[in-house]
Ligand binder design. Structure first.
Ligand code: FES
Ligand code: FES
Length: 155
């Protein structure tokens, strides 16, 4: 099977016919920044971008991603650099244990293209599929609002 992940073409041997995208990323490709939480499309920890759209990779078969551009947290910024959204999370102390963070960042990174306004209520609605057990969401929402307010900077 051939997948395009973070701008690179990757050949992988699927674990089985119904290999999930999450399993392909974490297993053969070693991209363990995509976290495995609930396995039932509820927590959002496994969120990645599929052709720019945020999807839960535990709810997508690897074969469904063939021919698409997949982006994981490892491809969010160039090696040694930080994406503006990651810097905003740092400024607003938007993480504690960090388990939800890759999924939160991936989900948030699709919000500009979706036209989500930089308003807490709108961001909270857009984040409804991503669960954080630690932070109470305040810092996460503030960081995303700040990034959305930045217009095209740090896309
Ligand atoms: S592991 Fe995919 S949504 Fe929880
Ligand atoms: S920072 Fe721990 S689950 Fe969100």
């Amino acid at each position: 099977m051939e997948l395009r992940v973070n701008g690179q073409t990757c050949l992988i041997q699927p674990l089985r016919n119904a290999t999930l995208l999450m399993e392909a990323l974490r297993g053969p490709l070693g991209l363990t920044g995509t976290h495995q939480g609930c396995d039932t499309a509820q927590c959002g920890a496994c969120t990645v971008l599929l052709n720019g759209r945020a999807v839960k990779s535990c709810n997508v078969l690897a074969v469904q991603a063939e021919g698409a551009e997949v982006q994981t947290i490892e491809g969010m910024a160039a090696p040694g650099e930080w994406h503006a959204l990651q810097l905003a999370f740092s400024r607003h102390h938007a993480l504690q244990c960090g388990f939800c963070t890759p999924g939160m960042l991936m989900r948030a990174s699709a919000m500009k293209a979706e036209g989500v306004p930089p308003e807490p209520d709108a961001v909270r609605r857009a984040l409804a599929g991503n669960i954080c057990r630690c932070t109470g969401y305040e810092g996460i929402v503030a960081a995303i609002c700040e990034w959305l307010e930045g217009g095209d900077a740090g896309l």
